[in-house]
Write a protein that binds this ligand. Structure first.
Ligand code: FAD
Ligand code: SF4
Ligand code: SF4
Length: 1024
């Protein structure tokens, strides 16, 4: 039995008092001093982990004024605050041991747009892709680009002065900031923008914090202009934050925004921003140029830049190989044909954009002509090329490139790629030489690494692989940091060319030299008591210290505490590196419905992985062996433990604290949809470690009745199906429904169809030929000839389709027969997925073994096994893998895999080609990516067309939507993602869905019956 984890690091009394006073003064947002919120917000994407005292989520600017006014009171001048947006920083920028102020949860509204003048006003919690999706219909976009655009906020971008691909043309975030509203630490509000002399004077005369700031910053500029010009390198990636070189613009106009942009939350809370917009270029094209040598690709990039493209990016073979094994590859593989004689070691992406198509074509053709000649030349470094034309194709390639930083973290073993020198910038003409020296440093330590960069801007991304749990390897990180900082200095470059300074501010005095005290003056004017993100960029005086790279607690130091066996047991969780890809803003994307619907970071894959890591750490500190505890107990031991479990559960009811409850609550909100499993660049697999957690949690606490009901469902249904009338009668009784809801926690249970499959009579062709549904058995199959076996397919049953949607099984067999296959039905056996979802892992292993044995005995006869429901079918490849040996795994195909591989085109006639729309199941979309396209191919072969609608999650996901505690969020998810496309397409009868859960959700929420693709085909083909 797991121990009670009562003792977590308590919130300091002074901070608790601060948070309570905040609440009493009328703070409208959320105040979260709980250990779960503190744990999850203790990390970003850096190597550091710093536990805050609490997290607050302001509702509006008024809340931030309250916070700063209170923090400015003498009693609270030692309270420190750290603003936070998406939390995707790579250098600990938003980490603090004080209070995290997370602006992203509530302050994420787009406030105003002026299309003629091309500007937009937003709250700073808006995510960059959210903004561009809003702007697209107006033909406009917010230009600064960054890889984390689907989760990084405008506030975070402004505060790191973010930029990325295309920065040579579009510049950095600060180049597009028109006005900012900032809440200062005395509770006053500063509005900043470009000022002419008169406006500047008016503000500088004010006798308040705003006036003082203007006077101090201007005097720095005037007194140190010559030195400033001398110190700051004239790079595209010029300084980020406290940008002394741009206090005044080329027209000598004062602009405080250039001090605020990149200030990493050390000067104030930026609450609103007015941003400059550009028109979306009408045409774009991207040429993929391949090389047999990475260095040559870097050197050639300088040559290619002469052709004046919009941007050039380089990746190495490591990054390319990682992308090839990622779900994103299916979207881009056509542009990477395997057509070169030697292996590809480097790639340059050369992008052109233009409003005039002829102009674009001319540029591209010139390059292609040039490439054709050089590829034919054996002395040229270029070995191949491909063209992607149009914004959709170009965006797909950039989408792949955007995942590259995240993918760099995806590596087997304990040494994992970590960020600490990952965004150096040097003058582009020296990049290749710089990289060669950089490589020498890394190679001297025999480290593994992948590289890619914005070669046009001289920026290199690299994450060397280190096991930060090992103190010796951590030392290497510090040594490399020092050496790379020197190297960038030597090349007149920057250590922080893109991702900001954070903990690396240690190098600021070295970099700024004589100007560092001027940075301190700025900090002292904005934040005299060093309360805002202290230790980063600059301190208000020498009395305070900057953070040091090797003095802030690293994740590795804490992970070291977790016992080796627990670490390995929970391998699906522990490697999460916090890159935040699971905070994807887009509701049409599958990635994490439970985060999207609750907007709680604790309910995200990162949240769950962070909580489990902390839980394992606490258990290890208690010397608890999770591996032994997870071993199967005899029934007797389980019964003997019952009184203790009852007692612990009673204490839980009485409110006795245990950190495990916080972890449980987060796990309970998970839909087990497996989108994280498929889409997380690090392959964090929440459903797997959630099951392991649940199985251990319930060694101490009783399970809810609903778990037993759901776990037993697959076994009960065949029995209930013998008396469908009785079952349905009871399930329809209001009293029974209330009982199930209140006592068991189960709602809206479906009714049995009552149709028996074995022996069911089908009509298999237009002549009315009758056939029966037959059960497959090894004996029966043994009599088939080889030719017959090749034509035989056995449908693997799952409980939900067979008992609640029996007609679909019938239709599937009928369609297969009509298409000329000998379709049989496998005997029914439980698949075990519901057991796995609820953490009955011992029973799941038994069930999987029995089912696999039966299925293997059938497939051993040389016939295909095919499942209808994608989620249940994919269990055979995913969940089964962890519990069965490779040889024992049954090979069960998805329907579309079978059909696409076996169907020859056009042995059928469609009277009239119909355009269908398909909404695939989440698990299928994210875990069997390439298979969705197969449905399109099948429809085309059978004379119809199919458009895939990506709408995110329907909200049902197995039994999640049937659990009383989840009903509201299940419905909210439906409204967020599926409602609109269903309303638009269902009435025409052309909307299809592959998932049983999805169809039942549509039936429950919209009262619409939507068909499975098989049923649409059956109704609309005639076999010739
Ligand atoms: C895989 C990966 C790829 C990346 N690629 C890029 C890239 O291509 N280009 C790039 O520039 N960066 C990149 N980054 C770094 C990071 O995404 C950016 O720095 C981003 O701008 C941070 O935004 P955020 O909303 O996550 O901010 P956070 O990380 O939450 O915060 C960043 C800083 O801004 C401050 N802050 C946030 N909001 C406010 C506010 N409203 N007021 C005051 N201060 C605030 C915080 O205190 C912190 O100092 C990458 C990171 C990862 C993990
Ligand atoms: S769960 Fe995956 S996507 Fe989310 S932060 Fe962790 S590693 Fe990144
Ligand atoms: S399984 Fe689905 S709901 Fe659960 S964490 Fe993963 S993506 Fe989120």
């Amino acid at each position: 039995m797991i121990p009670n984890l009562q003792h977590t690091s308590p919130v300091q009394a002074h901070y608790l008092d601060f948070l309570n006073t905040l609440s009493r003064r009328g703070f409208k947002g959320d105040i979260s001093p709980d250990y779960a919120n503190r744990t999850v917000l203790a990390t970003d994407n850096s190597i550091y982990q710093v536990l805050p005292q609490g997290v607050v989520y302001p509702k509006h600017t008024g809340d931030l004024i309250l916070i700063t006014q209170l923090a400015n009171e003498e009693l609270y001048r030692d309270i420190v605050l750290s603003p936070r947006g998406g939390g995707t920083g790579t250098n600990g920028q938003s980490l603090t041991d004080g209070v995290v102020v997370d602006i992203s949860r509530h302050m994420n509204q787009i406030l105003e747009i002026n299309v003629e003048e091309r500007w937009v006003k937003v709250q700073t919690g808006v995510v960059k892709d959210q903004l561009n999706a809003f702007l697209k219909p107006h033909g406009l976009f917010f230009a600064p680009e960054l890889s984390t655009s689907n989760r990084a906020t405008i506030g975070g971008m402004i505060n790191t002065d973010a930029s990325g691909q295309g920065s040579c043309l579009y510049g950095k975030t600060r180049n597009h900031v028109l006005e900012l509203q900032t809440v200062l630490l005395d509770g006053s509000v500063l509005n900043s923008q470009t000022l002419d002399a008169q406006a500047y004077e008016a503000l500088a005369e004010q006798q308040d914090r705003t006036g003082l700031i203007h006077r101090v910053v201007d005097s720095i500029y005037k007194e140190h202009k010559t030195k400033i010009d001398e110190v700051f390198p004239p790079l595209n990636r010029c300084l980020t934050g406290y940008d002394l070189a741009h206090i005044r613009d080329e027209n000598d106009q004062f602009n405080l925004n250039n001090i605020l942009c990149g200030s990493e939350g050390t000067l104030g809370f930026i609450t609103e921003a007015k941003l400059n917009l550009l028109t979306i270029p009408k045409h774009s094209a991207l040429v993929v140029v391949k090389y047999g040598d990475f260095e040559k690709s870097l050197r050639d990039a300088t040559e290619l830049m002469k052709a004046k493209p919009t941007s050039i990016e380089t990746i190495d073979s490591k990054v390319l190989n990682l992308a090839m094994n990622d779900f994103v590859w299916h979207q881009v593989e056509e542009f990477f044909p395997d057509d070169t004689a030697e292996p590809v070691q480097g790639i340059n992406f050369v992008e052109y954009t233009a409003d005039d198509e002829a102009e674009l074509d001319q540029k591209v053709q010139t390059l292609l002509h040039n490439l054709k000649a050089s590829v034919a030349d054996p002395n040229s470094p270029r070995i191949g090329y491909a063209l992607a034309k149009g914004s959709a194709a170009v965006n797909r390639i950039w989408g792949m490139r955007k995942r590259a930083v995240g993918l760099l973290g995806n590596k087997e073993g304990e040494a994992r790629p970590v960020p600490f020198v990952e965004d150096t910038a040097v003058p582009p003409e020296h990049l290749a030489d710089f990289i060669m020296e950089f490589r020498e440093i890394l190679d001297a330590y025999k480290l593994e690494y992948g590289m890619f960069g914005h070669v046009d801007a001289g920026v290199l991304h690299v994450r060397p692989a280190l096991d930060m749990k090992d103190p010796e390897q951590a030392k290497i990180a510090w040594e490399i940091s020092d050496r790379v900082a020197d190297l960038t200095h030597q090349y007149h470059g920057l250590l922080w060319g893109e991702h900001g300074k954070g903990v690396r501010s240690e190098y600021a005095p070295q970099f700024f030299g004589e100007l560092y005290p001027q940075l301190q003056r700025i900090k002292a004017t904005f934040d005299p008591y060093n309360q805002l993100n202290p230790g980063k960029i600059a301190t208000p005086s020498d009395e305070h210290n900057l953070l040091k790279i090797n003095e802030v607690t690293t994740r590795g130091e804490l992970d070291r505490v977790i016992s080796k066996q627990s670490w390995t047991q929970f391998e699906e969780a522990v490697y999460c590196n916090g890159n935040g890809a699971c905070f994807n803003w887009n509701t049409a994307d599958q990635m994490c419905p439970s985060y999207k619907v609750t907007r709680q970071r604790v309910n995200s894959p990162k949240g769950r992985a962070s909580l489990v890591r902390e839980w394992l750490k606490l258990l290890s500190e208690n010397n608890f062996d999770t591996v032994t505890a997870a071993k199967r107990k005899s029934a007797l031991t389980a019964i003997a433990g019952l009184p203790k479990r009852l007692f612990s559960s009673l204490r839980k009811k009485l409110g006795v604290y245990d950190f495990s409850h916080e972890v449980y609550d987060s796990m309970a909100a998970c839909l087990a949809c497996k989108s994280c499993t498929g889409q997380c660049p690090i392959k964090v697999d929440v459903p797997e470690f959630r099951s392991k957690f649940l199985s251990l949690y319930h060694t101490r606490y009783m399970r809810p009745l609903k778990d037993y009901l759901v776990g037993a469902l697959e076994f009960m249904l065949p029995v209930c199906a013998k008396f469908p009338g009785v079952y349905n009668f009871f399930m329809k009784l209001r009293f029974v429904q209330l009982l199930l809801e209140k006592w068991v926690g189960f709602v809206d249970g479906p009714l049995l169809t009552g149709t028996r499959l074995a022996g069911y009579k089908l009509t298999v062709d237009a002549n009315g030929t009758q056939a029966e549904i037959e059960l497959a058995s090894p004996d029966k199959l043994a009599n088939l000839t080889q030719e017959q076996r090749e034509k035989t397919v056995v449908i693997v049953q799952d409980a939900f389709t067979s008992y609640f949607e029996t007609q679909l099984v019938i239709d599937t067999i009928q369609l297969l027969k009509q298409l000329g296959f000998n379709a049989l039905l496998a005997p029914y056996k439980a698949n075990g997925k519901p057991l796995h979802v609820h953490g009955f892992l011992g029973s799941f292993a038994d069930t999987a073994e029995k089912n696999a044995k039966m299925l293997n005995s059938i497939s051993a006869c040389g016939v295909a096994l095919v499942g209808i429901d994608p989620s249940m079918t994919l269990t055979y490849r995913s969940e089964y893998k962890k519990y069965l040996s490779k040889q024992a795994m049954p090979k069960v195909e998805l329907l579309q895999e079978f059909l696409d591989a076996r169907l020859l085109a056009a042995n059928t006639n469609a009277e009239q080609s119909i355009e269908f729309k398909l909404m695939p199941h989440c698990t299928e979309t994210s875990n069997a990516v390439g298979t969705i396209k197969m449905w399109q191919s099948v429809f085309t072969k059978l004379g119809h067309s199919l458009t895939i609608l990506n709408a995110g999650c329907c909200g049902m996901s197995g039994t999640y939507g049937h659990e009383a505690r989840n009903k509201e969020s299940s419905q909210a998810l439906y409204q967020m993602s599926w409602q609109k496309p269903v309303e638009q397409h269902a009435p025409s009868g052309t909307l299809l869905a592959t998932g049983y859960s999805c169809r039942s959700q549509v039936k429950r929420e919209a009262g619409e019956i939507i068909l499975h693709p098989v049923q649409a085909l059956l109704a609309n083909i005639t076999v010739s």
